[in-house]
Design a protein around this ligand. Structure first.
Ligand SMILES: Nc1ncnc2c1ncn2[C@@H]1O[C@H](COP(=O)(O)OP(=O)(O)OP(=O)(O)O)[C@@H](O)[C@H]1O
Ligand SMILES: [Mg+2]
Length: 327
Protein backbone atom coordinates (compact mmCIF):
# COMPACT_ATOMS: atom_id res chain seq x y z
CA UNK A 1 0.00 0.00 0.00
CA UNK A 2 1.25 3.44 -0.91
CA UNK A 3 1.59 5.76 2.06
CA UNK A 4 2.95 8.94 0.49
CA UNK A 5 2.38 9.81 -3.14
CA UNK A 6 3.69 12.98 -4.73
CA UNK A 7 3.21 14.03 -8.35
CA UNK A 8 4.68 17.10 -10.02
CA UNK A 9 5.01 18.88 -6.70
CA UNK A 10 6.25 22.49 -6.84
CA UNK A 11 6.48 25.40 -4.45
CA UNK A 12 7.36 28.95 -5.37
CA UNK A 13 7.80 31.58 -2.69
CA UNK A 14 7.25 35.23 -3.54
CA UNK A 15 9.78 37.43 -1.83
CA UNK A 16 9.23 41.20 -1.72
CA UNK A 17 12.41 43.03 -2.59
CA UNK A 18 13.40 46.45 -1.35
CA UNK A 19 16.21 48.52 -2.78
CA UNK A 20 18.56 49.93 -0.15
CA UNK A 21 18.24 53.50 1.15
CA UNK A 22 15.39 56.03 1.39
CA UNK A 23 14.73 55.96 -2.29
CA UNK A 24 14.32 52.23 -2.10
CA UNK A 25 11.92 52.54 0.83
CA UNK A 26 9.76 55.11 -0.99
CA UNK A 27 9.72 53.05 -4.12
CA UNK A 28 8.84 49.99 -2.04
CA UNK A 29 5.75 51.76 -0.71
CA UNK A 30 4.31 52.29 -4.15
CA UNK A 31 5.95 49.85 -6.48
CA UNK A 32 6.51 46.61 -4.71
CA UNK A 33 8.76 44.38 -6.76
CA UNK A 34 8.90 40.75 -5.92
CA UNK A 35 11.16 37.92 -6.79
CA UNK A 36 10.19 34.31 -7.03
CA UNK A 37 12.12 31.55 -5.29
CA UNK A 38 11.52 28.16 -6.87
CA UNK A 39 12.00 26.08 -3.73
CA UNK A 40 10.61 22.80 -5.10
CA UNK A 41 10.40 22.20 -8.82
CA UNK A 42 8.08 19.42 -9.89
CA UNK A 43 9.19 16.39 -7.91
CA UNK A 44 7.67 12.90 -8.06
CA UNK A 45 8.01 10.02 -5.65
CA UNK A 46 5.98 7.49 -3.78
CA UNK A 47 6.67 5.72 -0.52
CA UNK A 48 5.10 2.49 0.69
CA UNK A 49 3.57 1.90 4.09
CA UNK A 50 6.22 0.97 6.62
CA UNK A 51 9.15 2.27 4.56
CA UNK A 52 11.88 4.41 6.15
CA UNK A 53 13.18 6.88 3.61
CA UNK A 54 15.95 9.44 4.02
CA UNK A 55 15.60 12.87 2.47
CA UNK A 56 18.89 14.66 2.05
CA UNK A 57 20.39 17.59 0.21
CA UNK A 58 22.37 20.76 0.87
CA UNK A 59 21.03 23.80 2.74
CA UNK A 60 18.21 25.47 0.88
CA UNK A 61 17.50 22.44 -1.32
CA UNK A 62 13.80 22.49 -0.42
CA UNK A 63 13.57 19.67 2.14
CA UNK A 64 11.70 21.53 4.88
CA UNK A 65 9.42 23.11 2.26
CA UNK A 66 8.54 19.63 0.97
CA UNK A 67 7.86 18.30 4.48
CA UNK A 68 5.61 21.27 5.25
CA UNK A 69 3.60 20.57 2.10
CA UNK A 70 3.32 16.88 2.99
CA UNK A 71 1.82 17.88 6.35
CA UNK A 72 -0.45 20.47 4.82
CA UNK A 73 1.17 23.39 6.64
CA UNK A 74 1.76 25.19 3.35
CA UNK A 75 0.01 24.80 0.02
CA UNK A 76 1.83 23.62 -3.07
CA UNK A 77 2.07 25.99 -6.05
CA UNK A 78 1.23 22.98 -8.19
CA UNK A 79 1.14 19.22 -8.06
CA UNK A 80 -0.70 16.48 -6.20
CA UNK A 81 -0.05 15.00 -2.79
CA UNK A 82 -1.67 12.07 -1.07
CA UNK A 83 -0.62 11.02 2.43
CA UNK A 84 -2.29 8.01 4.07
CA UNK A 85 -5.04 8.48 1.50
CA UNK A 86 -5.70 12.12 2.44
CA UNK A 87 -5.05 15.48 0.83
CA UNK A 88 -2.77 17.19 3.36
CA UNK A 89 -3.91 20.74 2.41
CA UNK A 90 -7.34 20.02 3.88
CA UNK A 91 -5.82 19.34 7.32
CA UNK A 92 -8.79 17.15 8.18
CA UNK A 93 -8.85 15.86 11.79
CA UNK A 94 -8.68 12.28 10.51
CA UNK A 95 -5.55 13.12 8.54
CA UNK A 96 -3.93 14.89 11.50
CA UNK A 97 -4.45 11.77 13.61
CA UNK A 98 -2.49 9.74 11.09
CA UNK A 99 0.60 11.94 10.87
CA UNK A 100 3.13 13.81 12.94
CA UNK A 101 5.80 16.36 12.15
CA UNK A 102 8.84 16.60 14.38
CA UNK A 103 11.23 19.46 13.81
CA UNK A 104 14.58 19.26 15.57
CA UNK A 105 14.88 23.03 15.76
CA UNK A 106 11.38 23.73 17.05
CA UNK A 107 9.80 22.54 20.24
CA UNK A 108 6.23 22.04 21.28
CA UNK A 109 6.86 21.27 24.96
CA UNK A 110 6.39 24.19 27.34
CA UNK A 111 9.68 25.29 28.85
CA UNK A 112 8.60 25.78 32.46
CA UNK A 113 6.33 22.76 32.76
CA UNK A 114 7.21 19.08 33.05
CA UNK A 115 6.60 17.16 29.79
CA UNK A 116 3.82 15.14 31.45
CA UNK A 117 1.61 18.27 31.47
CA UNK A 118 2.00 18.76 27.73
CA UNK A 119 1.41 15.05 27.19
CA UNK A 120 -1.90 15.21 29.03
CA UNK A 121 -2.96 18.23 26.96
CA UNK A 122 -2.10 16.36 23.77
CA UNK A 123 -4.02 13.33 24.97
CA UNK A 124 -7.09 15.52 25.55
CA UNK A 125 -6.76 17.11 22.10
CA UNK A 126 -6.65 13.71 20.45
CA UNK A 127 -9.39 12.35 22.69
CA UNK A 128 -7.29 9.51 24.08
CA UNK A 129 -8.81 7.93 27.20
CA UNK A 130 -7.05 8.23 30.54
CA UNK A 131 -6.11 4.57 30.81
CA UNK A 132 -4.93 4.44 27.20
CA UNK A 133 -2.87 7.62 27.75
CA UNK A 134 -1.19 6.01 30.76
CA UNK A 135 -0.44 2.88 28.78
CA UNK A 136 1.02 4.81 25.85
CA UNK A 137 3.17 7.03 28.05
CA UNK A 138 4.48 3.92 29.77
CA UNK A 139 5.19 2.04 26.52
CA UNK A 140 6.72 4.91 24.59
CA UNK A 141 8.52 6.13 27.72
CA UNK A 142 10.15 2.73 28.08
CA UNK A 143 11.15 2.67 24.44
CA UNK A 144 12.67 6.14 24.85
CA UNK A 145 14.20 5.40 28.26
CA UNK A 146 12.26 8.29 29.78
CA UNK A 147 10.94 8.04 33.30
CA UNK A 148 11.46 10.71 36.01
CA UNK A 149 12.39 13.16 33.27
CA UNK A 150 8.71 13.45 32.37
CA UNK A 151 8.03 15.01 35.75
CA UNK A 152 10.82 17.60 35.67
CA UNK A 153 10.44 21.02 34.04
CA UNK A 154 11.58 20.92 30.43
CA UNK A 155 14.20 23.61 31.10
CA UNK A 156 15.96 21.24 33.51
CA UNK A 157 16.35 18.49 30.93
CA UNK A 158 19.39 17.90 28.75
CA UNK A 159 18.99 18.46 25.02
CA UNK A 160 18.86 14.71 24.42
CA UNK A 161 16.19 14.16 27.09
CA UNK A 162 14.20 17.07 25.74
CA UNK A 163 14.27 15.68 22.22
CA UNK A 164 13.09 12.30 23.48
CA UNK A 165 10.25 13.98 25.38
CA UNK A 166 9.37 15.91 22.19
CA UNK A 167 9.20 12.61 20.32
CA UNK A 168 6.93 11.13 22.97
CA UNK A 169 4.61 14.15 22.73
CA UNK A 170 4.57 13.98 18.93
CA UNK A 171 3.78 10.27 18.94
CA UNK A 172 1.22 9.96 21.69
CA UNK A 173 -1.55 9.62 19.12
CA UNK A 174 0.42 6.76 17.52
CA UNK A 175 0.58 8.23 14.00
CA UNK A 176 1.31 5.90 11.11
CA UNK A 177 3.24 8.46 9.05
CA UNK A 178 6.17 10.30 10.65
CA UNK A 179 7.77 13.36 9.11
CA UNK A 180 11.00 14.18 10.88
CA UNK A 181 12.98 17.29 10.04
CA UNK A 182 16.48 16.95 11.49
CA UNK A 183 15.34 15.10 14.62
CA UNK A 184 18.90 14.65 15.88
CA UNK A 185 20.04 18.24 15.31
CA UNK A 186 22.66 19.26 17.84
CA UNK A 187 22.49 16.02 19.83
CA UNK A 188 25.65 14.29 21.03
CA UNK A 189 26.52 11.00 19.35
CA UNK A 190 25.00 8.84 22.11
CA UNK A 191 21.68 10.66 22.05
CA UNK A 192 21.66 10.48 18.26
CA UNK A 193 22.01 6.71 18.50
CA UNK A 194 19.20 6.52 21.10
CA UNK A 195 16.84 8.50 18.87
CA UNK A 196 17.73 6.33 15.88
CA UNK A 197 17.18 3.09 17.80
CA UNK A 198 13.86 4.41 18.99
CA UNK A 199 12.71 5.31 15.47
CA UNK A 200 13.65 1.87 14.26
CA UNK A 201 11.70 0.26 17.10
CA UNK A 202 8.66 2.47 16.48
CA UNK A 203 8.78 1.59 12.79
CA UNK A 204 8.94 -2.14 13.57
CA UNK A 205 6.31 -2.08 16.29
CA UNK A 206 3.68 0.03 14.56
CA UNK A 207 4.59 -0.49 10.90
CA UNK A 208 4.86 3.28 10.55
CA UNK A 209 6.15 5.07 7.47
CA UNK A 210 9.09 7.32 8.31
CA UNK A 211 10.35 10.13 6.10
CA UNK A 212 13.27 11.98 7.57
CA UNK A 213 15.80 14.64 6.76
CA UNK A 214 19.14 14.91 8.47
CA UNK A 215 22.49 16.48 7.86
CA UNK A 216 24.05 13.60 9.80
CA UNK A 217 24.62 10.94 7.22
CA UNK A 218 24.81 8.27 9.95
CA UNK A 219 21.09 8.81 10.65
CA UNK A 220 20.30 8.07 7.05
CA UNK A 221 22.69 5.18 6.51
CA UNK A 222 21.66 3.41 9.72
CA UNK A 223 17.90 3.80 9.26
CA UNK A 224 17.09 4.06 5.56
CA UNK A 225 17.61 1.64 2.76
CA UNK A 226 16.26 4.20 0.37
CA UNK A 227 17.33 7.78 0.04
CA UNK A 228 15.94 10.73 -1.89
CA UNK A 229 18.44 13.43 -2.72
CA UNK A 230 17.05 16.87 -3.36
CA UNK A 231 19.16 19.51 -5.03
CA UNK A 232 17.91 22.99 -5.84
CA UNK A 233 14.33 21.78 -5.70
CA UNK A 234 14.90 18.81 -7.99
CA UNK A 235 15.22 15.13 -7.18
CA UNK A 236 18.75 14.12 -8.02
CA UNK A 237 18.41 10.55 -6.77
CA UNK A 238 15.77 8.10 -5.59
CA UNK A 239 17.17 4.69 -4.69
CA UNK A 240 19.53 2.82 -2.44
CA UNK A 241 22.53 4.36 -0.76
CA UNK A 242 24.74 1.94 -2.71
CA UNK A 243 23.36 3.11 -6.04
CA UNK A 244 23.87 6.72 -4.93
CA UNK A 245 27.52 5.97 -4.22
CA UNK A 246 27.85 4.35 -7.62
CA UNK A 247 26.29 7.35 -9.26
CA UNK A 248 28.59 9.74 -7.46
CA UNK A 249 31.84 7.94 -7.99
CA UNK A 250 32.93 5.61 -10.74
CA UNK A 251 35.94 4.58 -8.60
CA UNK A 252 36.62 2.49 -5.55
CA UNK A 253 39.41 3.12 -3.13
CA UNK A 254 41.89 0.22 -2.81
CA UNK A 255 44.71 0.23 -0.24
CA UNK A 256 47.41 -2.41 -0.57
CA UNK A 257 50.40 -3.27 1.62
CA UNK A 258 53.29 -5.34 0.35
CA UNK A 259 56.06 -7.29 2.03
CA UNK A 260 58.53 -6.39 -0.75
CA UNK A 261 59.52 -3.15 -2.44
CA UNK A 262 58.20 -2.63 -5.96
CA UNK A 263 58.65 0.23 -8.41
CA UNK A 264 55.60 2.46 -8.13
CA UNK A 265 55.35 2.83 -11.89
CA UNK A 266 54.21 -0.79 -12.14
CA UNK A 267 50.92 0.07 -10.46
CA UNK A 268 49.91 2.90 -12.76
CA UNK A 269 48.17 0.54 -15.15
CA UNK A 270 45.81 -0.61 -12.38
CA UNK A 271 44.43 2.77 -11.44
CA UNK A 272 45.39 6.25 -10.42
CA UNK A 273 47.79 6.43 -7.49
CA UNK A 274 46.31 8.47 -4.67
CA UNK A 275 49.04 7.95 -2.09
CA UNK A 276 52.05 5.72 -1.62
CA UNK A 277 55.15 4.94 0.40
CA UNK A 278 57.69 2.13 0.41
CA UNK A 279 55.43 -0.83 1.10
CA UNK A 280 52.08 0.73 0.46
CA UNK A 281 49.98 2.05 -2.38
CA UNK A 282 46.50 3.60 -2.36
CA UNK A 283 44.83 3.27 -5.76
CA UNK A 284 41.58 4.62 -7.17
CA UNK A 285 40.40 1.89 -9.52
CA UNK A 286 37.45 2.19 -11.93
CA UNK A 287 34.60 0.08 -10.50
CA UNK A 288 34.45 -2.45 -13.30
CA UNK A 289 38.23 -3.01 -13.13
CA UNK A 290 38.43 -3.63 -9.37
CA UNK A 291 38.05 -7.42 -9.42
CA UNK A 292 40.32 -8.20 -12.41
CA UNK A 293 42.99 -5.70 -11.34
CA UNK A 294 43.13 -6.93 -7.78
CA UNK A 295 43.28 -10.56 -8.89
CA UNK A 296 46.25 -9.70 -11.05
CA UNK A 297 47.97 -7.75 -8.28
CA UNK A 298 47.50 -10.65 -5.81
CA UNK A 299 49.00 -13.02 -8.32
CA UNK A 300 52.03 -10.92 -9.21
CA UNK A 301 52.99 -9.31 -5.91
CA UNK A 302 53.38 -10.40 -2.31
CA UNK A 303 50.47 -8.63 -0.68
CA UNK A 304 50.19 -8.53 3.13
CA UNK A 305 47.05 -6.46 3.47
CA UNK A 306 44.25 -5.27 1.24
CA UNK A 307 41.33 -2.91 1.83
CA UNK A 308 38.61 -2.08 -0.70
CA UNK A 309 36.25 0.75 0.13
CA UNK A 310 33.85 3.28 -1.29
CA UNK A 311 34.89 6.82 -0.49
CA UNK A 312 32.79 8.15 2.44
CA UNK A 313 29.35 9.21 1.27
CA UNK A 314 29.61 12.57 3.07
CA UNK A 315 32.66 13.50 1.00
CA UNK A 316 31.01 12.43 -2.23
CA UNK A 317 27.87 14.40 -1.61
CA UNK A 318 29.56 17.57 -0.45
CA UNK A 319 31.96 17.36 -3.41
CA UNK A 320 29.05 16.99 -5.80
CA UNK A 321 27.19 19.96 -4.39
CA UNK A 322 30.34 22.07 -4.15
CA UNK A 323 31.14 21.40 -7.78
CA UNK A 324 27.65 22.35 -8.68
CA UNK A 325 27.58 25.62 -6.78
CA UNK A 326 30.74 26.77 -8.58
CA UNK A 327 29.11 26.44 -11.99
N1 LIG B 1 8.81 31.22 4.01
C1 LIG B 1 9.66 31.39 3.01
N2 LIG B 1 9.60 32.48 2.21
C2 LIG B 1 10.47 32.64 1.20
N3 LIG B 1 11.43 31.78 0.86
C3 LIG B 1 11.55 30.67 1.60
C4 LIG B 1 10.69 30.41 2.72
N4 LIG B 1 11.03 29.23 3.27
C5 LIG B 1 12.08 28.76 2.54
N5 LIG B 1 12.39 29.61 1.54
C6 LIG B 1 13.45 29.43 0.51
O1 LIG B 1 13.17 28.23 -0.18
C7 LIG B 1 14.36 27.47 -0.44
C8 LIG B 1 14.25 26.11 0.19
O2 LIG B 1 14.26 26.24 1.62
P1 LIG B 1 14.08 25.02 2.61
O3 LIG B 1 14.00 25.58 3.98
O4 LIG B 1 12.96 24.18 2.16
O5 LIG B 1 15.45 24.22 2.43
P2 LIG B 1 16.06 22.99 3.24
O6 LIG B 1 16.43 21.96 2.24
O7 LIG B 1 15.16 22.60 4.34
O8 LIG B 1 17.42 23.62 3.84
P3 LIG B 1 18.18 23.32 5.22
O9 LIG B 1 19.03 22.11 4.97
O10 LIG B 1 19.02 24.54 5.41
O11 LIG B 1 17.16 23.14 6.30
C9 LIG B 1 15.50 28.34 0.09
O12 LIG B 1 15.99 29.09 -0.97
C10 LIG B 1 14.82 29.21 1.12
O13 LIG B 1 15.50 30.43 1.26
MG1 LIG C 1 15.32 22.54 6.42
Amino acid sequence: MISIDVKGLSKNYQIAEKEPGLRGSLKYLFLRTSREVKAVQGINFSINEGEMVGFIGPNGAGKTTTLKMLCGLIHPSSGLISVAGYKPQRRSPKFLRKITLVMGQKQQLIWDLPPIESLLVNAAIYGISESETKRRIKNLGEMLELDDELYRPVRKLSLGQRMKAELLASLLHLPSVLFLDEPTLGLDVNSQIRVRDFLLEYNRKYGATIFLTSHYMADITSLCERVLVLHKGNLFHDGSMASLTEKLTPYRSVKIEFSNLYPLSEFRKYGSIHESNDHYVHLLIPRERVIPNISEILEKYSVTDLEIKDPPIENLISRLFLKDSKK
